[in-house]
Design a protein. Structure first.
Length: 401
């Protein structure tokens, strides 16, 4: 009896991390960096809108500035995650935070095309910063839960800044107040960079399943295409939901309430994912989200009244927040080497920048519902491609038995 008890007591358990588990200090560091590096994404419409009001940026330039920042962010994450080894993380973060600080300070002095260059620098720097928590997240055996925690923190920070800035710095300094606040977040990010480890062992050195060629397989690449399509759908829908609400007869206050409801429900959706991420597979979640979002698209296209419109926005926002944490586990399911997972934030940023652009080809000054067609196409393509990849993965698993 005692021998059996002793054997059970010393039976090895599966670690929650691939390789050495990060310290509590490192977890605080990567969550802080991941949260503050994306604050700008939540206040872009507010700060860029102030630039338009101050005649420092045209209405068309506003869209280009957002696109430039998201594309540069995707490039920064991609280059730092795929091309750089997991060494010098602390120095990498500090350098990127200094460049992010510089970009926001320059925005306080510039206008027109120079703003586009400044925001591209800010986006690239934020992408390099975001690669640091990505490196750590991909080493978790429950990446969905950690991703959900990070999304909740990002959403709350963005909501806080969006609510406070108009009443404080931007109320006195206009757009420059917003850039001053973003420069401040870059300074705080430097402190968080000091908490992360300087280096991590390469994935292939701590896990046999990550050994092999450094090239991404075709399924791995296609899993990233799914991520791009999902984000293109989400942001094609979100970019035009306000205009569609106005087309449905909603006033300015109702539109603001609809947008706030969508964002608030997305945070709630991510919070639910924190507790259930480990229990649900990625594809069933995508399938449920696809069904719910088809309902939202069809409902919004009917131009309903404010109450029903808000309910549909809440439905969309809830599944937006619930689905996002599953994108990292989905790529890991398709590509166990986790190399594709390192590129997920870049794929998300690329999709976020291309979705509104794609939607713009289907709208006019008086009719915005064409963006729903673009969003629906991206959603359908993402679902079908994810289904094909899931079937392919299961067939390969059966063939190995």
């Amino acid at each position: 009896m005692d021998a059996q008890a002793g054997q059970a007591r010393f039976e090895p358990t599966i670690s929650k991390w691939i390789g050495p588990a990060p310290s509590g200090q490192a977890v605080v560091g990567f969550l802080g960096i991941g949260t503050l590096s994306l604050v700008a994404a939540g206040v872009q419409p507010l700060v860029f809108g102030a630039l338009v009001t101050e005649h420092r940026l045209t209405a068309a330039g506003l869209g280009w500035a957002m696109t430039a920042e998201f594309l540069a962010l995707a490039l920064g994450v991609g280059v730092a995650s795929a091309a750089l080894p997991p060494t010098g993380l602390r120095a990498r973060g500090l350098l990127a935070a200094v460049l992010l600080l510089l970009a926001n300070v320059l925005c306080m002095r510039h206008a027109g095309l120079l703003i586009l260059a400044d925001r591209a620098l800010a986006g690239f720097s934020a992408g390099v910063l975001l690669s640091i928590p990505t490196v750590i997240l991909t080493r978790s055996r429950n990446a969905g839960r950690w991703g959900a925690v990070l999304l909740v923190m990002q959403g709350l920070a963005q909501l806080l800044f969006a609510a406070v800035l108009p009443q404080t710095l931007m109320g006195r300094l206009g757009a420059n107040g917003g850039f001053l606040a973003l420069a401040g977040t870059a300074c705080v990010t430097m402190a968080f960079c000091l908490l992360v480890p300087g280096r991590l062992p390469p994935l292939e050195s701590v896990s046999p399943e990550n050994a092999g060629s450094g090239r991404l397989s075709v399924p791995a690449l296609l899993s990233l295409v799914v991520v791009v399509l999902v984000y293109a759908f989400l942001f094609a829908f979100f970019a035009y939901i306000g205009q569609i609400a106005q087309q449905a007869g909603a006033n300015e206050q109702a539109v603001g309430a609809i947008l706030a409801t969508a964002v608030g429900c997305s945070i709630a959706g991510s919070l639910v994912a924190v507790f259930v991420a480990q229990r649900l597979a990625a594809f069933p979640v995508l399938a449920a989200a696809a069904i719910a979002n088809v309902v939202a698209i069809i409902g919004v296209a009917q131009l309903p009244g404010p109450g029903l419109f808000m309910a549909l926005a809440a439905l969309w926002g809830s599944f937006w927040g619930f689905l996002m944490p599953y994108q990292l586990p989905f790529t890991i399911e398709i590509d166990p080497s986790r190399r594709a997972a390192l590129l997920v934030p870049g794929a998300q940023s690329f999709g976020a920048s291309t979705g509104p652009l794609l939607g713009s080809f289907f709208v006019t000054d008086t009719e915005s519902r064409g963006a729903l067609l673009a969003a629906g196409f991206c959603l359908a393509a993402a679902f079908l491609l994810a289904a094909a990849l899931t079937v392919h993965r299961k067939r390969r698993q059966l063939n190995r038995l």
